[in-house]
Design a protein around this ligand. Sequence first.
Ligand code: PMP
Length: 437
Amino acid sequence: SGKKGDISREKSAELYEKAKQYFPGGVNSPVRAFKSVHGTPLFIERGDGCFLWDADGNQFTDFCCSWGPLILGHNHPKIREKVTKTLEKGLSFGAPTALENELAELILKHNRYIEKLRFVSSGTEAVMSAIRLARGYTGRDKIIKFDGCYHGHSDSLLVKAGSGLVTFGETSSAGVPKAFADETLVIPLADREAVETAFSEFKGQIAAVIIEGIPANNGLLIQEHEYIHFLRNITKENGTLLIFDEVITGFRLGFEGAAAHYDVQPDILTYGKIIGGGMPVGAYGASAALMSHISPDGGVYQAGTLSGNPVAMAAGIAQLTELRSSGFYKNLNQKTAEFAEAIQRYAAAKNYKVNLVNVGSIFWFAFTSQTTIRTAGDIDHGSMELYKVFHRELLNRGVYLGPSGYEVGFVSAAHSKTELEKAKRAIFESLDEVFRH
Ligand code: PMP
């Protein structure tokens, strides 16, 4: 215990200098640049089980898990084997394969909430297509999204809250036309009145309400069951579709994701991350009737050169097959709950202002003493300075969390009790450092 020296980042720094010549910010996705935490971004060399190794040979217990897909950990032998066998037959055909049927069957047989689905190559694409389907089906243009939910980077969804309770959104990225933002209403989570006001002000104009199964992109904002059922009822009454974005929660909270967690039937569900076993896969699904509006059956166009890619399907099949094994989620969720409770107890005993929010195998360190955090407005942005210190102390003790305090962490099946125990010690010591002053 006590102060630790910083890990070596020499090789990572060298690679980062090169990368900056090639990519904006030196990265292919912004958060990877470590802008919200200390130091050079770590370049990863390999992963195995719950471990990661960077270019300098530092070893970490990984709680980022590629931002969620790796629920079995890195380099799982069953996935590796299936992928290797598949790629020996060719990488892509742009034509149907039996593997797509196999993955679809595995999902649809065990998911009560969708009857048909379409595979795409990312979460962004899945959600963008779901929105188009909702608009095409209802013949309406407006959608409601919630402040603090992230749904990928399509134009309609890069929109943040305006100033009033219910307002047209404002673009959250340069390059998104104002006319697009005008079609997206952004309202606070956990606020029934805001939803009711939106529906009365824009009567008959709202195609869909979209919400993350459990909002997990801006902290972990767990919603009340009653609120979700309220959303289900008010959308139904208004002929509006309810879209559950389960890119994180799908196959994570349980095989049937957040829909089963809340016992609610959304109209369209979107998936990504876990469904592809670490390969680029997304999907959206709905009732057969609703999906019949998708091309070539219906008038809503959506396509993809690499959609249903055989190697990606193989990874998904291998991963989802493992998730079907009995007790899988019970063990994983229980292991995570024990881990989170132990940390919470430690922090409480020391009077540290930190709240470890946990649902299923998802967790989030909120540097606040507030115990219920349901909206983006509840997050203390100033506390991100503490996360910065925490992140660095953790890296120095061999624990890897996402490089931003707004991001959640994930426990995988590969995190053994022994490794979780070690990680817990590292977390205790790091919290001691964060709150030393
Ligand atoms: N929806 C949600 C809920 C997500 O968490 C994400 C990614 N973090 C996306 C959509 C976008 O997925 P992708 O990054 O695969 O495009």
